[in-house]
Design a protein around this ligand. Structure first.
Ligand code: UD1
Ligand code: UDP
Length: 373
């Protein structure tokens, strides 16, 4: 049995979460996999490819400065079509909720190629939060033939939408596979600033924020809340690896730049970033992946969104949704800084996203699917 697959991804988080799947596909004797990257991200994608030693068979190199959603979709669709026509795979695998994800699924559908959706079934049911990820994920789910749901809750969302139960598989989230692999690599910071940074000298908060629905006023409010926290807590230090998106950087550098206890640094490669998460005390983020990862490292996470498509994290108590209101952010961070019991309650709650073996399960399901058909 020789199954031909194409894995499609384009951004940093997709690459991190697909890397374990690609590795597991490569280990299978029954599967020949080709890697297609849209390069919707460039530098932020390439660092993941290097860490996991992934060599794309096809690289569409579509990224443009300040690109629009239409640009990504149009370029990705066109490029993916050509590759799928050449390779004629038995299955296309996409991950999550980006523009690359939807383009990959749609391009495969146009050629009547079955689609496997990794990290299927996350929902807020608010089509503008997260934007455009909620609809990207939903539409990809409508196209997909195999749904790899990270949790039982994600499976239930799909069942409620009428998806055939036989096509849904609860696998855990592959981000935990990637995280455990990376966290176990022995590492000391090479970056001169982080190398010298004394993590034991008072509380350190890691901040990341980049989401489209937070551009403008919400991101400004986040920055002002952080500035006020640092000004009113003389031992608090903040590290913010700032996303390469110019729309994010303009706001962040103008409000938080120049403060000696706020370290604005370039996006970190995944290996140093994981080790940074291990070293800090609090994580404040609007990222999807970080909400899933930080709890496995016993770090409390405050989520800078009004709703999360990861309600299992809230129920498990590993994250708290704080939105983007300045006062609310200020109060919730202050609570973690001053209340050890509250801190431990979140930090030590059990992560619901998996056991680090999701990728192997996904590959076995793919083999079974083709054995039966
Ligand atoms: C994208 C995804 C989002 C995901 C995020 C992860 C969509 C619509 N959005 O958002 O779901 O959470 O990636 O980070 O798919 N840039 C660079 N170099 C890079 C990466 C980005 O310069 O390596 C700059 C470019 O100017 C680019 C801009 O950032 O135009 C925005 O990139 P884009 O992929 O459109 O949006 P993200 O906000 O990164
Ligand atoms: N990440 C990284 N370097 C950074 C910031 C984040 O490697 O400087 C990793 C993080 O550990 C997680 C992923 O990137 O695995 C999340 O990406 P992002 O926040 O850009 O996207 P989202 O998860 O919100 O889609």
């Amino acid at each position: 049995m020789e199954i031909k697959t194409v894995t499609i991804f384009g951004t940093r988080p997709e690459a991190i979460k697909m890397a374990p799947v690609v590795k597991a596909l490569q280990e299978s004797e029954n599967i020949e996999n080709k890697i297609l990257v849209t390069a919707q991200h460039r530098e932020m994608l390439d660092q993941v490819l290097r860490l996991f030693q992934l060599k794309p068979d096809f690289d569409l190199d579509i990224m443009k400065h300040k690109q629009s959603l239409t640009h990504i979709m149009a370029k990705a669709l066109e490029g993916i079509e050509k590759v799928l026509t050449e390779v004629t795979p038995d299955l296309v695998l996409v991950h999550g909720d980006t523009s690359t994800t939807l383009a990959g699924a749609l391009a495969a559908y146009y050629q009547k190629i079955p689609v496997g959706h990794v990290e299927a079934g996350l929902r807020t049911y608010d089509k503008y939060q997260p934007f455009p990820e909620e609809l990207n994920r939903h539409l990809t789910g409508v196209i997909a033939d195999l749904h790899f749901a990270p949790t039982g809750k994600a499976k239930n969302f799909l069942l409620n939408e009428g998806v055939d139960e036989g096509s849904i598989f609860v696998t855990g989230n592959t981000v935990i596979d990637a995280l455990l692999y990376t966290a176990n690599i022995d590492y000391t910071f090479e970056d001169p600033v982080l190398k010298e940074f004394d993590f034991d000298r008072g509380p350190v908060m890691l901040l990341t924020a980049h989401r489209r629905e937070n551009w403008g006023q919400p991101l400004e409010d986040i920055c002002y809340a952080v500035k006020e926290l640092v000004e009113n807590n003389s031992d608090l230090r903040v590290i913010y690896p700032v996303h390469l998106n110019p729309r994010v950087r303009e706001v962040v550098f103008s409000i938080l730049g120049g403060h000696n206890r706020i370290l604005l640094i370039e996006p970190l490669d995944y290996l140093p970033f994981v080790h940074l998460m291990k070293s800090v005390d609090i994580v404040l983020t609007d990222s999807g992946g970080i909400q899933e990862e930080a709890p496995s490292l016993n770090k409390p996470v405050l989520v800078l969104r009004n709703v999360t498509e990861r309600p299992e994290a809230v129920e498990a108590g590993t994250v708290k949704v704080v939105g983007t209101d300045r006062e609310k952010i200020y109060n919730e961070v202050s609570c973690l800084l001053n209340n050890k019991d509250e801190y431990n309650k979140i930090a030590l709650a059990k992560n619901p996203f998996g056991d680090g073996k999701a990728a192997g399960r996904i590959v076995k399901i793919i083999e079974d699917y083709f054995r039966k058909s």
